[in-house]
Write a protein that binds this ligand. Structure first.
Ligand code: ASP
Length: 446
C-alpha cells in the first residue's frame, strides 16, 4: 500500500540534484535523461550551472563572476560572454533543442549594464542549464525565482516556498528547477552561497516529502578517506548525518553544510550518486543506522593549524582564567577549533588561515592580560579526525589508535574526543599527516 505523505499526496517522489559536472555538456545531458527516465519516482530535478567538461574548462558560475569583475575594473567582458554562449550553444546544437540563446545572452548583457543586478547575473548559469535540461527532458521548467523564497534578512522562508512550490507537484510531467537561487519578497533574485544547489535540492525534498534526495555528482559516493592519500579507498555504504557533519567539519567536501538540515528534519535519506556510473549505489546518508560492521566510518583531516599554549602555575584554581584568554581570541575575531586543558595549562587550536602573522601579537596580548609564565605558539599542526558510530561500543578504541601511532613513530600533540563518542581527533605534526591517515586506514578499515 502506498504511504500517505504529510503533504496529503500518495505518490512517491525522489528529488534528483545534478551538479555542475553532470550538466557540463551534451553527453552529460544524455546520461541525465537515461537516469531520470529509468525511474518514474524521479520527479523533481534540480540543476547546477554547467561545470567543467574537461580539466582546463571553466564553470559557468565562475565565468559570470569574472564578467562582473571585468565590468568593475572597466575591462571588456565580451570574450568571457562568448565562452558562456559557446558552451550552451554546443549543447543546443548537439541535442537539437529549440531555444533562443541569443535572446538570453542579450538579457545577460543588459544585466551587466545595470549596477544592482549582481545576484541575478550570477544566477544565470543555473537558469540556462535548467531551461535547456527541461526542454531536453520534455519536463516542466519551474523558475526558482517563482518558488524558492527568502526573507529580507536572507534566510530561506520554508513556509512561503512550500505554498508556492506544492501546486507544481500536480503536473504529470517531471519538473526541472534551477538550483542556487530564489527571490526576496519583492521579487528580486537572490543567490545562495557557492554550491547552493545542494540546498535547493534538500529544501524541495523536504517540501515534497521525498522518499530520497539523490545528489548526482562525479564520484560514486563518499570514500572512507581522501583518494589523494589512499589509492582506491573503500566507499562508505551508509553514514549518519552526524558522522557526515564531523567529516565535513574536518575537511571532507561532500555537500553544502546547510543542505543537511532540511532533509534531516524529515528523516529523508540523501543518496550520493555518480552520473558517470549510475549503477553504482553510492553512499546513503541517514538519520540513524544500525551498528556498523567496522568501528570506523571515515578518516579525514586538515593541515595548517596553530596551537597557542598558555601556562600559569595554579591557574586551575583561578576562576575565569580560560574565559579571559578566549576573550583575546574573540577580540581578534578568530574562531576556535579545539581547546585542550591540563592542570595549569591549556592549549587553543586555531586555523592558521584565520589569523596570519597577528598570532604572535595575540600570544603577547594573552601573556600580558593573564599575567602568565609562558605563552607559546606552535604552528605546524594538522588534525586527523577518525569518525565512526561503531566506536562507541568498541572498548579501547582510542587506546588502540594511540598505540598504533606510537608504533609508527608518530608523535601525538593533542587529543580530543567528541562528547557523543563518534569522533576522535588527534593533532599531529604536518610531516606525519599522511602517515597518520594511512596507518589508521590500514589497521582498522582494510
Ligand atoms: N553554480 C553554483 C556554484 O558554482 C552553485 C552550485 O553549483 O551549486 O557554486
Amino acid at each position: 500500500m502506498m504511504k500517505k505523505l504529510l503533504s496529503g499526496r500518495s505518490t512517491v517522489i525522489k528529488v534528483c540534484k545534478f551538479g555542475g559536472s553532470s550538466v557540463a555538456n551534451a553527453a552529460q545531458f544524455r546520461k541525465i535523461k537515461d537516469i531520470v527516465n529509468k525511474d518514474n519516482e524521479r520527479k523533481i530535478i534540480v540543476a547546477s550551472a554547467c561545470g567543467k567538461a574537461y580539466k582546463e574548462d571553466h564553470k559557468v558560475t565562475d565565468l559570470l563572476y569574472l564578467c562582473e569583475a571585468h565590468k568593475k575594473y572597466g575591462m571588456s567582458y565580451d570574450d568571457i560572454l562568448s565562452l558562456i554562449e559557446t558552451k550552451h550553444q554546443d549543447i543546443i546544437d548537439e541535442l537539437d533543442l529549440h531555444f533562443n540563446l541569443k535572446e538570453e545572452m542579450d538579457k545577460i548583457r543588459d544585466l551587466l549594464k545595470k549596477s544592482s543586478a549582481s545576484d541575478e547575473l550570477i544566477s544565470r548559469g543555473e537558469y540556462l542549464s535548467s531551461r535547456l535540461l527541461s526542454i531536453y527532458l520534455d519536463a516542466e521548467f519551474v523558475d526558482a525565482k517563482d518558488v524558492i523564497c527568502f526573507d529580507y534578512d536572507g534566510k530561506l522562508d520554508i513556509e512561503s516556498t512550500k505554498e508556492k512550490f506544492l501546486p507544481y507537484l500536480e503536473t504529470q510531467k517531471k519538473i526541472v528547477v534551477p538550483g542556487f537561487y530564489g527571490s526576496l519578497p519583492n521579487g528580486v533574485i537572490k543567490t545562495m552561497s557557492r554550491g547552493g544547489s545542494d540546498i535547493t535540492g534538500s529544501l524541495l525534498a523536504n517540501i515534497a516529502d521525498a522518499k530520497v534526495y539523490e545528489n548526482w555528482t562525479d564520484v560514486s559516493g563518499i570514500y572512507v578517506c581522501d583518494p589523494r592519500i589512499i589509492k582506491d579507498p573503500k566507499r562508505i555504504d551508509i553514514i549518519t548525518y552526524d558522522e557526515l557533519r564531523e567529516m565535513s567539519y574536518m575537511g571532507a567536501n561532500v555537500l553544502h553544510d546547510e543542505a543537511i538540515f532540511p532533509v534531516k528534519e524529515k528523516d529523508i535519506p540523501i543518496n550520493i550518486r555518480n552520473t558517470n556510473e549510475p549503477d553504482n549505489e553510492g553512499t546513503m546518508i541517514v538519520s540513524t543506522a544500525d551498528q556498523a560492521s567496522m568501528p570506523i566510518t571515515g578518516i579525514t583531516g586538515k593541515k595548517n593549524f596553530a596551537v597557542v599554549t598558555v601556562v600559569k602555575s595554579n591557574s586551575s584554581s583561578e576562576v575565569g582564567f580560560l574565559k579571559k584568554a578566549l576573550e583575546v581570541f574573540e577580540h581578534y575575531n578568530i574562531p576556535i577549533v579545539l581547546v585542550t586543558t591540563g592542570i595549569d595549562s591549556f592549549s587553543v587550536i586555531i586555523d592558521k588561515n584565520d589569523i596570519d602573522t597577528a598570532i604572535y601579537e595575540l600570544a603577547n596580548n594573552i601573556k600580558i592580560k593573564l599575567d602568565c609564565e609562558d605563552v607559546s605558539v606552535y604552528d605546524g599542526l594538522s588534525l586527523v579526525c577518525v569518525v565512526g558510530r561503531g566506536m562507541k561500543s568498541k572498548l579501547g578504541m582510542s587506546g588502540k589508535i594511540f598505540s598504533l601511532l606510537g608504533d609508527n613513530s608518530i608523535n601525538i600533540r593533542t587529543i580530543s574526543q567528541g562528547a557523543d563518542e563518534i569522533s576522535i581527533i588527534v593533532g599531529v605534526e604536518e610531516k606525519d599527516f599522511t602517515n597518520t591517515i594511512s596507518s589508521i586506514y590500514k589497521e582498522f578499515v582494510l
